[in-house]
Design a protein around this ligand. Structure first.
Ligand code: UD1
Ligand code: CA
Length: 453
């Protein structure tokens, strides 16, 4: 049987107090709904998302993915929500029901539920809680078979004592949904069509309701407000930093490293406190990342040191480089091995050749630099005339004196020397000293200004 996933995401999420749809809020850098969609995709399932409140926002966020959106105009309950998908579901498939605001259910758990399903069995994910207040309760008979789910608001006093709670996540066949959903009614405390009522219908038709529990309760936690979001964020961060330490990284304080994406590390990598990783970050062996660095989509090769307080984005850093402290490495920067970028240096679309140094207070943009070049403090590439961008080329072994202004397009040839403070607007020839500044002179007849009476 094919696998299909129905994700409920029509609810209002008013407790988030946000104009952003609840399921689009990020957890460890990825939207809540993306977690669910990515798992569904990994299960090779057709994905149907039930949208209602802020439907356009949700649809726009997933516009380029192969997802079928189904609108639920009025939120008349979880059973009503799933029923909106009946026309879209295949004739004979297994259907897994998930929630856009329950991000951390593992795909292994989902697969186990799906494996339970056939014409005579459905799968239900339950969780045993010390305090199940608010949840639907799992009602079992004397043989320990599930016979119904009763919602908190409809439960009797004895039912309220049940600690086994409904997570809402379940797997059934599309044929079963077609048969049961039209039979639901809204004669209950909330006047809603409860999806949970299909359990009693299943039992009445001799379909066995088989349950599993997840490894951790966090897998089943839904997010309704910012406190729950913060709780799951921290929990997920712990999972991610644990994984990084299992890969061999030394984290001086794992609670002060945040991973909002995917990080891989080689051996003997040290990561100091207050480091944030975004996107995809690959780090080789023997790399050290100083305190307060933010790394987004970067690749760092063996033996490199990123000193404290650096911001790197979309860059490739070679072996045995030194970056920072206080460097800003912007998109398109590529450092060859042993290059050095020092404090208060900004680079953008800059290729820095092997062993070249830009040690202090520079802006290097749209630049190709050869090997062994030395760019003095305060040097600026003027890459932009207000309309167009131009390139600066700096050859192997060139030496650019401090506070030079390189007006692109311009080429500093191999071995060229530029005198400090020069404004270079024409190419500087190979192995020559080029100076472009007024000559120093002293005026002996000069008089100090005197105060006017
Ligand atoms: C539901 C379950 C309850 C379970 C709990 C777990 C029912 C009747 N109850 O209760 O047994 O313990 O989840 O959290 O299913 N939604 C829609 N359209 C609707 C109604 C809801 O898309 O018309 C979506 C919501 O956006 C939300 C999810 O379904 O993501 C759950 O709805 P909610 O109203 O929060 O259900 P609970 O009352 O928590
Ligand atoms: Ca809920």
């Amino acid at each position: 049987m094919n696998t299909e996933v129905v994700i409920l995401a029509a609810g209002k999420g008013s407790r988030m107090k946000s104009t952003k749809a609840k399921v689009l809020h990020p957890l460890a850098g990825k939207s809540l709904l993306s977690y669910v969609v990515d798992n569904a995709t990994d299960l090779n399932a057709d994905v149907h998302i039930v949208v209602g409140h802020q439907a356009d926002q949700v649809k726009d966020a997933f516009a380029n993915q192969n997802i079928q959106f189904v609108e639920q105009q009025q939120q008349n309950g979880t059973g009503h929500a799933v029923a909106q998908c009946l026309d879209a579901l295949k004739q004979d498939s297994k259907v897994l029901i998930l929630y856009g605001d329950v991000p951390l259910c593992k795909k292994q758990t989902m697969q186990k539920l799906l494996d339970l399903v056939d014409d005579d069995h459905m799968g239900l994910l339950t969780v045993t809680l010390d305090d199940a207040t608010g949840y639907g309760r799992i009602v079992r008979n004397d043989n320990n078979c599930v016979i119904a789910i009763v919602e908190q608001k409809d439960a009797s006093e004895s039912e309220l004592l049940i600690k086994e709670a409904n997570t809402g996540i379940m797997a059934v066949t599309s044929a079963q949904l077609r048969s049961w959903l039209p039979k639901l009614n809204n004669q209950n405390a909330q006047g809603e069509y409860y999806l949970t009522d299909i359990i009693a219908l299943a039992v009445s038709e001799g379909v066995s309701v088989d349950t599993i529990e997840p490894a951790t309760v966090e897998e089943t936690m839904g997010i309704n407000d910012k406190l729950q979001l913060a709780y799951l964020e921290r929990w997920q961060q712990t999972q991610l930093t644990n994984e990084l330490m299992r890969q061999g990284a030394t984290l001086f304080d794992p609670s002060r490293v945040d991973i909002r994406g995917e990080v891989s590390v080689g051996q003997d990598v040290e990561i100091d406190v207050n480091v944030i990783f975004n996107g995809i970050v690959n780090i080789g062996n023997n790399v050290s990342i100083g305190a307060n660095c933010i790394l987004t989509d970067v690749d760092i090769k063996d033996g490199t040191i990123i000193e404290p307080n650096c911001v790197l984005h979309d860059a490739k850093i070679g072996e045995q480089c030194i970056v920072g402290p206080f460097a800003r490495i912007r998109p398109g920067t590529e450092l060859s091995n042993k290059a050095k970028i020092g404090n208060f240096v900004e680079t953008k679309k800059a290729k820095i050749g092997e062993g070249s140094k830009v040690n202090h207070l520079s802006y290097i943009g749209d630049c190709e630099m050869g090997a062994g070049a030395n760019v003095g403090a305060g040097t600026i590439t003027c890459n932009y005339d207000g309309v167009n961008k131009f390139k600066t080329l700096i050859g192997d072994g060139a030496f650019v004196g401090s506070n030079s202004t390189l007006i692109a397009p311009v080429k500093i040839e191999e071995g060229a020397f530029i005198g400090a403070g020069s404004v270079i607007s024409k190419d500087a020839p190979k192995d020559q000293l080029t100076l472009a500044r007024t000559k120093q002179r002293s005026i002996s007849s000069w008089q100090k200004p005197a105060k006017k009476s």
